[in-house]
Ligand binder design. Structure first.
Ligand code: 3NM
Length: 183
């Protein structure tokens, strides 16, 4: 994981989220501190779910889903300076997130994904277009996004893409390709 993160940062990825759905808090903090030590300051580090760990690991922001602490609950913990991201899966959730102090809104899954347990229904490019109509906040698209389809997601109105599986095998090489395609 550390080597992959270093390769992603070296390739020019702007933001890396640490996401660990099975580890305990102690392990997550150990990983987060190691990531912080290894990665250049040029890459923003986002902690998934855990507003407590973002502070102690000195990450740049926290990302929450619909079943985590509310955006305003998180904001009360992290203050105004850190970034807050919120996951949404339908127009109603986008509308709601737009009313919060979230710094960016994630929408998905755009395409079918095998990286998430119990994913919400696929929203397709139409879901990205609809979300774009509902918010002026930065929109991050996620779910099944590959080098081969990422351009279409940006063309549908997303500001950026979040990717797991199409980066895993060769992180540096894949990230460079994504950035070239989206450049
Ligand atoms: N969240 P991949 S989809 C973590 O819809 C995550 O909110 C999603 O992985 C959402 O790029 C997803 O391998 C998995 O499809 C993204």
């Amino acid at each position: 994981m550390f080597r992959a993160a270093e390769d992603l940062a070296a390739a020019g990825v702007g933001l890396i989220q640490y996401r660990n759905k099975s580890g305990n808090a102690r392990q997550m903090l150990d990983h987060a501190r190691e990531l912080k030590l290894r990665l250049a300051t040029s890459v923003k580090l986002i902690m998934n779910d855990r507003a407590d760990l973002v502070l102690v690991a000195e990450f740049d922001g926290v990302h929450v889903g619909q079943d985590d602490l509310s955006p305003e609950g998180v904001r009360g913990i992290i203050g105004d300076a850190l970034w807050l991201g919120v996951s949404t899966h339908n127009p109603e959730q986008v509308r709601e997130a737009d009313q919060t102090s979230a710094d960016y809104i994630a929408v998905g899954p755009v395409f079918a994904t095998a990286s998430k347990t119990n994913p919400d229904p696929v929203i397709g490019l139409e879901g990205v277009r609809r979300a774009r109509e509902l918010t002026r906040k930065p929109l991050v698209a996620i779910g099944g996004i590959k080098r081969a389809n990422c351009r279409s997601v940006i063309d549908a109105g997303a500001d950026s893409v979040a990717v797991i599986s199409d980066l895993i095998r060769e992180p540096g090489k894949s990230a460079e390709a994504f950035l070239r395609i989206l450049g």
